[in-house]
Design a protein around this ligand. Structure first.
Ligand SMILES: O=C(O)C(=O)Cc1ccccc1
Length: 320
């Protein structure tokens, strides 16, 4: 089936991305079309094969999903974001029925899942070799399809639903380093009306700046702060042209229809900054919009002056 009713996602069935897509009201009633990579899911939108796609953007523990940032700035036909979805992520180690934990030598998973479970692997399966797959469900499917004995992979780290989907047994669950890990997904479309302003919105843009001009980023950020527009997210992604040349992904509080947001965007244009508007959409996240909360007071003995002095004296820098 072609056209309006297909919605792409990073598949196969059983990924966290599929769980996010199922939470998206705009996609209800569509055919959910799995794609093997973020790039192929977004290409399906660019070619019109699908009306939209859901892809992972960032995780609260492991940070951004590089493939998504890369595709959003390099894929040719511009895309727009029209919704965000947050999904709690928990991980299970799963294997073909009959496999014991002690039998597991080779584990397959997605980089973000591995990154959140490597402490558990180091303590419970210290000798295991880990390989990376395009998604957690692709890993689970590969394990299910690996013939044993002599299987290429003994176990996968994936969402608990993937075990039932691919006929695997769960050897351990809740193996991520944080029980409260969350992944933020975005719905990406090729065309159509922008989401209307709700009063609680987020605007995503990409500005391209040359780090050789050392004040460039400060100048860009000042256009927002002077107008009271809060920033909730900033990520840099190399343009590839040179060291120091970046695309900056920015998330702003507010909708493009709001005067302050519009003014700030026009100010960037007047500065001849390259701005790619990704979209304004309802804010669902757990990141609080800026409220002007008072600063948290310093604990006794750690005034900013004392802290700066200790840095200059060569004190070891405390972790974040
Ligand atoms: O592989 C998946 O299931 C995905 O949807 C990507 C992903 C992987 C790990 C954490 C969050 C999202």
């Amino acid at each position: 089936m072609r056209g309006e009713s297909r919605y792409a996602y990073l598949g196969p069935e059983g990924t966290f991305t599929e769980a996010a897509l199922r939470l998206l009201p705009e996609a209800a009633g569509s055919v959910y079309a799995p794609f093997p990579t973020v790039g192929s899911a977004l290409d399906a939108v660019r070619t019109g094969d699908c009306v939209g796609a859901v892809v992972p953007l960032e995780n609260s523990v492991r940070g951004v999903v590089p493939a998504t940032l890369d595709e959003l700035v390099s894929g040719g036909v511009p895309l727009r974001l029209d919704a965000e979805i947050e999904v709690p992520v928990t991980f299970a180690l799963m294997a073909r029925p009959g496999t014991e934990l002690a039998d597991v030598r080779r584990v397959l998973s997605h980089p973000h899942a591995h990154g959140q479970c490597h402490h558990w692997l180091a303590s419970r399966l210290p000798g295991a070799e880990v390989r990376l797959a395009a998604s957690t469900a692709a890993a689970a499917r590969e394990v299910a399809e690996s013939p044993s004995p002599g299987a290429r992979y003994d176990a996968a780290i994936a969402a608990p639903v993937a075990a039932a989907r691919y006929g695997l047994s769960v050897l351990a669950s809740g193996i991520g380093e944080r029980w409260d890990a969350v992944t933020r997904f975005v719905s990406v479309r090729g065309a159509g009306p922008w989401p209307v302003r709700t009063g609680r919105d987020r605007t995503s843009i990409v500005v391209t700046a040359d780090g050789a001009h050392s004040g460039a980023l400060v100048d860009i950020l000042a256009e927002f702060s002077t107008r009271g527009v809060g920033l909730t997210w900033i990520q840099s992604w190399p343009t590839g042209a040179a060291l120091g040349s970046y695309h900056f992904f920015l998330d702003l509080d507010g909708h493009v229809e709001e005067a302050a947001v519009g003014d700030a965007l026009m100010a960037l244009r007047r500065r001849s900054v390259e701005v790619c508007f990704l979209g304004s959409y309802p804010y669902v996240g757990t990141t609080r919009p800026a409220t002007g909360d008072p600063l948290v007071p310093d604990p006794p003995g750690t005034t900013p002056e004392a802290w700066l002095h200790s840095l200059r004296e060569g004190a070891p820098a405390p972790g974040p």
